[in-house]
Design a protein around this ligand. Sequence first.
Ligand SMILES: Cc1ncc(C[n+]2csc(CCOP(=O)(O)OP(=O)(O)O)c2C)c(N)n1
Ligand SMILES: [Mg+2]
Length: 601
Amino acid sequence: MAETVADFLLKRLSRWGVRRVFGYPGDGINGILAAFAKDAHEIEFVQVRHEEMAAFMACAHAKFTGEVGVCLATSGPGAIHLLNGLYDAKMDHVPVVAIVGQAACSAIGSDYQQEVDLHSLFKDVAHEYVHDAMSPVQVRQLVDRAFRIARCERSVTCLVFPKDVQEMDAVEQPPHAHNTAQSSIGYSTPRVVPTDADLQAAAKIVNEGKRLAILVGAGARRASKEVLQLADVTKGGIAKALLGRTVVPDTLPFVTGAIGLLGTKPSWDLMQTCDTLLMIGTSFPYSEFLPKPGGARGIQIDLDGRMLGIRYPTELNLVGDATETLRALLPLLERKTDVSWRLSIEEGVRDWWNTVEQRARTPARPLNPQLVFQELSPRLPDRCIVTSDSGSAANWFARNLRMREGMMASMSGNLATMGCGVPYAIAAKFAYPDRPVVAVVGDGAMQMNGMSELATIAKYRQKWRDPRLVVMVLNNRDLNQVTWEMRAMAGSAKLQASQDLPDVRYSQFAESIGLHGIFVDSPEKVAPAWDQALRADRPVVYEAYVDPDVPPLPPHITLEQARYFASSILEGDPNRGGYIMRSIEQIFPGVVSKVKGGKKE
Ligand SMILES: Cc1ncc(C[n+]2csc(CCOP(=O)(O)OP(=O)(O)O)c2C)c(N)n1
Ligand SMILES: [Mg+2]
């Protein structure tokens, strides 16, 4: 039988190094699935529960491996389902190629079954490259370009294969003739370094400063050594954007940890008191957590020139790879001998870890969510990979977990979408079957999609050499992060209609599909349950039945926000009183009584 376009497509993907495609079938891609059934390639088809999960997994694969992630969906509904996961990849700047089916060319334009205008659908998310395969001659260059553009733009590209084209005879080698493209395989990452003059200018600014704050993001993840050398020479402190959590370990005394709403107090202090800010590979969005404009001299380094100079009015914006640029910059820097700034950072960091510990040990009903993270932190296995969903878990992931050297961690950064925690963990397990993986996920996200992806874990778990995959669910019966955002930002009471969640027994569900389930509803069970989960011979759902009234407060909560909290709760919040009031009072003594006074209670 002649080789089909679909056969050739898989062969070409193999040539691009693809070993795994995350997808879901449908008759719009039957030709491609038929090619998977043959043995002519070495690509594994991973079946998910929902196409959005396939896109999340492709995104996570790219984040954890640096390779291009690939997802596959059928025409119409399947293609539509991919979108959110693809936006996650686009917004966090990782390469993903989406392959989708389409109605046959012979039917397109007739309002045919499942015929959706895929160009319009993908025109934004895959704007770098979205094309239809209209002829077998074209397929080679389409695949080559989709991969090369995804790699060099670190973005999403999309290939659309009409059904009839998938089954046509392949043309491996387009004729050497007019109207053809002669494409090839391969992409090598270039060395991108600013000019000498720019490096000199950067060195001058750093040398003239006395108090350097270094902020690193995902773009610095391969520059750990250089970032640490920079901190050593300058005696600066290092804060980390969420996606840069593993650039430098939290075990170092001058690493202030996460920044932003989910961040730490020492990161806040670092930014408020520095005189020089050096941002490396980060597009951390919240400017209010950076120094006041004019308060510090700023330099930014990013591989993507479009991301420069948009978060802080930086004096110098350098296009460059983090590692290469720092290597070129380091010899130009003067070694600082005054360590007073460094010592003050270290003191703040020490105090902060004590605060975190204390907050985690504060009793709550029935369990303080912070304790679950606090006990996990020292138990995180070496080389583990941690994924976090969006929700209150992200706060504790950012603040309570001390990441050590050799670990990896990720989440949906710029899109901050719910539902990524479990699919990211699955992709991590496929990419590194010999490494333990821990996902921290809210109950809302579990109900949204995490529970169904547990079935994917049950389906594939035997493939993974190290059986350890723990999905920790924060069962707080609430869309808690938003509940708190409403209280803190808008001064609104909790709206039960939108915020309350059904109480579901996730641990029992896990057991019912062949995984282990552990239910934890009191402080003394937390640590032994982690020991059990991290020793288990199969994936585990660790269900923590926690108190929704523990506030994930921003590190530098303002007086105004504290007043908002207090007044919203007095205005008739169903969870008023108890822990919430105590925690506000702890941070701002007197606020509650003042607000109460104003309300004549
Ligand atoms: C797809 C999507 N829908 C809605 C939101 C807004 N959102 C952010 S966090 C959150 C609450 C998450 O609830 P849950 O998963 O239960 O975690 P919790 O905060 O309760 O720990 C919501 C609704 C979002 N980020 N993504
Ligand atoms: Mg919840």
